[in-house]
Ligand binder design. Structure first.
Ligand SMILES: O=C(O)CCC(=O)C(=O)O
Ligand SMILES: [Fe+2]
Length: 287
C-alpha cells in the first residue's frame, strides 16, 4: 500500500528510496551570485571576491534576493503563526498550508466559498512590501506555506507557476533553513543565440555521462530569513525547483502570489473582491 500522496512522476523517500541519488545525476551546475547578479561556475556565496570567479556566458534575469528580510524576532513570530495551523500532506514529500481561492487550473475556474483572507500573522510582512520598490502595487491573493522535511526526501520538481491566474511576481519568504532554488531552461527556443550555444556546448561536453538528461541548472541561494522575488525571464523562460539534495534540514517557506493582468482585465469585479478579501487578514487554511 502506498503511504504517501505522490502522483504521476513525483516521488518522495517513501515511494522512491533512491530519490536523492537519482536527482544528483543532474547536469552542469552553475550558481547565481546575488552580489553581482551574475552566473558563476563556483559557489561563492560566502566569498566577497566573487568577481574573480569565472563568469558563465548566460544570464538569469528577474531574480531579486533580499537577504535578512526577517529578523530573528520576525522569524519566531512567523513560525509561531504558521505552527498554530496544521499541515496537510502534499506531493513529493512536502506538507502545505494554503490560504487562497480554490482553483481548477485545467478548467480555468476559481471558487471563493472557503476563502476568508490571508492569515493575520502575515499582515505585518505584507505591509513591509511597500518599502520594496520592486513590490510596488503587489496585492497578494494567495499564501502557500510549504514544509520540506529531509527525512521525507521533500522537494519540488521543475515547473512553471501557472500563467493564467498568477501574476508576474512570485514572492517567497524563506522562513526556516537555507536552500537553493534551482532554475533549468524551460523552452530552449526562447533563449538568445549565445545562451543556446552555451546550452548545446554543455550538452555535448557532458553527453557521455548524461544521456538524455542533458541540461544546465542554475542554483540561486535562498538563505534563511531572505525574501526572493521571481519575475521576468526567471518566471517565463526558466523552470524552478527545489531539489531534495538541497534540503539539509526542515525548511519552511511562505510563497505569496498576485493575480495576472490577464485575469484582472477579464474580470475586474472578481479581482477586486479577491484582493479585498485577502487583505482582511482574517483567514484560515483552505486545504
Ligand atoms: O519552496 C519554494 O521556495 C518554491 C515553491 C514553489 O515553487 C511553488 O510552490 O510553486
Ligand atoms: Fe513554483
Amino acid at each position: 500500500m502506498k503511504l504517501c500522496t505522490c502522483k504521476g512522476i513525483r516521488t518522495c523517500s517513501s515511494c522512491n528510496p533512491n530519490k536523492i541519488k537519482i536527482e544528483n545525476q543532474n547536469c552542469i551546475v552553475c550558481y547565481f551570485c546575488p552580489k553581482i547578479s551574475k552566473i558563476v561556475k563556483e559557489n561563492c556565496i560566502s566569498d566577497l571576491k566573487c568577481e574573480e570567479f569565472h563568469k558563465v556566458n548566460i544570464e538569469l534575469n528577474g531574480i531579486i534576493l533580499i537577504e535578512n528580510f526577517l529578523t530573528e524576532d520576525d522569524k519566531n513570530y512567523l513560525l509561531g503563526g504558521i505552527c498554530s495551523n496544521s499541515w496537510v500532506d502534499s506531493q513529493s514529500g512536502r506538507r502545505k498550508q494554503d490560504f487562497g481561492p480554490k482553483v481548477n487550473f485545467k478548467k480555468r475556474k476559481i471558487n471563493l466559498t472557503k476563502f476568508q483572507g490571508l492569515p493575520e500573522y502575515i499582515e505585518r510582512f505584507v505591509n513591509r512590501f511597500s518599502d520594496i520598490p520592486e513590490l510596488k502595487d503587489f496585492n497578494p491573493v494567495e499564501l502557500c506555506n510549504l514544509e520540506y522535511n529531509p527525512t521525507r526526501g521533500a522537494s519540488i520538481d521543475p515547473h512553471f507557476d501557472d500563467f493564467w491566474l498568477w501574476g508576474e511576481r512570485l514572492v517567497t519568504i524563506n522562513v526556516q533553513s537555507s536552500t537553493y532554488l534551482t532554475f533549468t531552461p524551460g523552452f530552449p527556443d526562447m533563449f538568445d543565440e549565445s545562451s543556446q550555444a552555451f546550452f548545446s556546448s554543455v550538452c555535448s561536453e557532458n553527453h557521455e555521462n548524461m544521456g538524455n538528461n542533458c541540461a544546465v541548472s542554475i542554483k540561486v541561494p535562498l538563505p534563511e530569513g531572505s525574501l526572493v522575488i521571481v519575475s521576468g525571464d526567471a518566471r517565463h523562460k526558466w523552470m524552478h525547483a527545489v531539489s531534495a539534495a538541497d534540503v539539509q534540514s526542515t525548511r519552511i517557506a511562505s510563497t505569496l502570489r498576485e493575480l495576472s493582468m490577464e485575469f484582472t482585465e477579464n474580470d475586474r469585479e472578481l479581482s477586486r473582491k479577491l484582493i479585498d478579501l485577502s487583505l482582511t487578514f482574517n483567514g484560515q487554511p483552505v486545504n
